[in-house]
Design a protein around this ligand. Structure first.
Ligand SMILES: CC(C)(COP(=O)(O)OP(=O)(O)OC[C@H]1O[C@@H](n2cnc3c(N)ncnc32)[C@H](O)[C@@H]1OP(=O)(O)O)[C@@H](O)C(=O)NCCC(=O)NCCS
Length: 194
């Protein structure tokens, strides 16, 4: 039996890949936003307090940002998270083929305008990314990883129904030490029923 959420027209249209939610929408970055995104993604305190970080040159960032949709393994942003009310960018999401053999994508996300955190926008944006991936790829599972200390990240995943599937021990090196990482996943069936 379809859930109430699944009979909602906005939800049905999102499941077909229309990436507009209630407060935010996902869209490709505009050429005039490259400098802003470059600043965000080259500020480790902002986007990667819990992650590996490597500086990029502006030239390589610009080239890789605008070709990310042609490369399944690209770690560059795929979409900007924009407020619906004024189309202002507040963050980015990305996804990439995480394993050479297994089907499926891993996603990542950053709400880079910190004044907009804790308002549900990150959750809405990741939900739209799941809608997109399940509508446009044949993947049966979408994964995500989170440093075990990154509570905001794994709480976001859990709030969307991702299940914790395990822990990669000492998998990530940052800030001078090795860190354990939670592995999360959600299946197509779990997401569509939600
Ligand atoms: C992770 C991040 C995107 C969360 O975005 P956000 O818009 O602030 O999150 P939301 O407001 O949508 O919250 C989603 C859920 O997570 C919970 N949550 C968010 N931040 C939390 C925190 N610091 N502590 C506990 N729970 C938190 C919320 O309560 C909410 O749960 P609910 O729906 O059950 O109430 C944001 O903190 C961020 O950009 N962090 C830096 C980048 C990063 O770490 N990215 C993840 C690596 S892939």
């Amino acid at each position: 039996m379809a859930s109430a959420k699944n009979t909602d027209p906005a939800r049905r249209s999102r499941l077909k890949g229309d990436l507009t939610g209630t407060h935010v929408r996902l869209r490709p970055p505009l050429p005039g936003e490259t400098t802003l995104l470059f600043q965000w993604l080259n500020t480790p305190e902002l986007t990667a307090p819990w992650d590996r970080f490597s500086l990029d040159s502006y030239a390589s960032f610009e080239k890789n940002l605008h070709s990310s949709s042609e490369d399944d393994g690209s770690l560059y942003p795929r979409f900007v998270i924009a407020k619906i009310e004024d189309d202002r960018p507040i963050g980015v999401v990305g996804f990439y083929r995480a394993h050479p053999v297994f089907e499926g994508y891993d996603l990542w996300y950053a709400l880079c305008d910190v004044s907009e955190r804790r308002k549900g926008y990150g959750k809405e944006a990741v939900g739209l990314t799941l809608d997109f991936l399940f509508a446009h790829t044949r993947s049966e599972r979408v994964g995500a990883t989170s440093d075990v200390e990154n509570e905001s990240s794994y709480r976001l995943l859990e709030s969307l129904g991702f299940r914790r599937e395990g822990t990669l021990r000492r998998a990530l090196f940052h800030h001078g030490d090795w860190h354990d990482v939670f592995v999360y996943g959600v299946t197509r069936g779990e997401w569509i029923k939600k």
